[in-house]
Write a protein of this length. Structure first.
Length: 255
């Protein structure tokens, strides 16, 4: 269990408590530790525990608790502010954050994923098997292969674009990226973290452009009339169609 994980869990707990609840909890904890230390020191130094030692310990524990609470609240506010800024950026880019725990095979995805799928906003906790059910059959092998390769250490970064089925039955394109975020002492991956971005609009534009290019090629190359493409700046030929060759007698090599 890493210090980063412990700090994250501490921040998560503090965000669910009011300032007074947090302060009272820290006072009780500090008081217990302070009084125990004070009692031991008094016994070692004087052979008995005095009231003034206990009162001093009580005051000190309250001061320490107040200082600790102030530090925690400041850190929590900074984390919240950073999280808000990150969420705004992610929402604007239609991107979700995910994390896979390889020990439990559990996957966590933030609330924007559910919205993308057409469901109510809520964090998703699922498994790889369940997520793979959403992947288009034609893309399934690529997704599985990328996941296996990053776990084996064959690639440093998981990057794959594929289609997923949303709640209304439509297929949407996503770009999923990730990298190992935690390893054990032997270097084996424990967690993989990353993002899922909605690239449906970009894919649709690419497909539309591809269809347009294919349509143009058919019109250009199958047309019996002489057609040519020239550069605007100097008028030089870029391409000619077979009709141009048949009529004018020049080939692509000639121009």
């Amino acid at each position: 269990m890493t210090l980063r994980y412990l700090f994250t869990r501490l921040m998560s707990v503090t965000q669910r408590l009011s300032v007074w609840q947090l302060w009272l909890g820290m006072v009780v904890l500090s008081m217990a530790l302070s009084e125990a230390i004070t009692a031991v020191m008094g016994w070692l130094l004087l052979g008995h525990v005095t009231v003034d030692y206990l009162i001093t310990g009580l005051v000190a524990s309250m001061l320490v608790a107040s200082l600790v609470v102030a530090i925690i609240l400041y850190a929590s506010e900074e984390i919240n502010a950073a999280a808000r800024r990150l969420q705004i950026a992610l929402d604007g880019s239609r991107t979700s954050v995910w994390e896979t725990d390889l020990r439990s095979n559990q996957i966590w995805i933030d609330a924007s994923w559910a919205v993308f799928l057409g469901m109510s906003s809520a964090e998703t906790r699922t498994s790889a098997a369940e997520l793979l059910k959403l992947v288009h059959p034609d893309d399934l092998q690529n997704v599985i292969a990328a996941a296996v390769r990053i776990q084996k250490g064959e690639i440093a970064r998981y990057v794959v674009d594929h289609r997923v089925r949303v709640a209304n039955g439509e297929w949407k394109w996503v770009l999923s990226q990730g990298r190992v975020s935690e390893r054990d002492a032997a270097g084996r991956p424990l967690r993989i973290s990353g993002t899922i971005a909605d690239i449906t609009a970009r894919k649709q534009a690419d497909i539309a452009l591809q269809k347009s290019e294919e349509k143009f090629k058919k019109v250009f190359y199958l047309n019996p009339d002489a057609l040519n493409i020239n550069r605007i700046d100097d008028g030089r030929y870029v391409s000619i169609n077979p009709g141009f060759t048949n009529i004018m007698g020049y080939t692509e090599r000639d121009i």
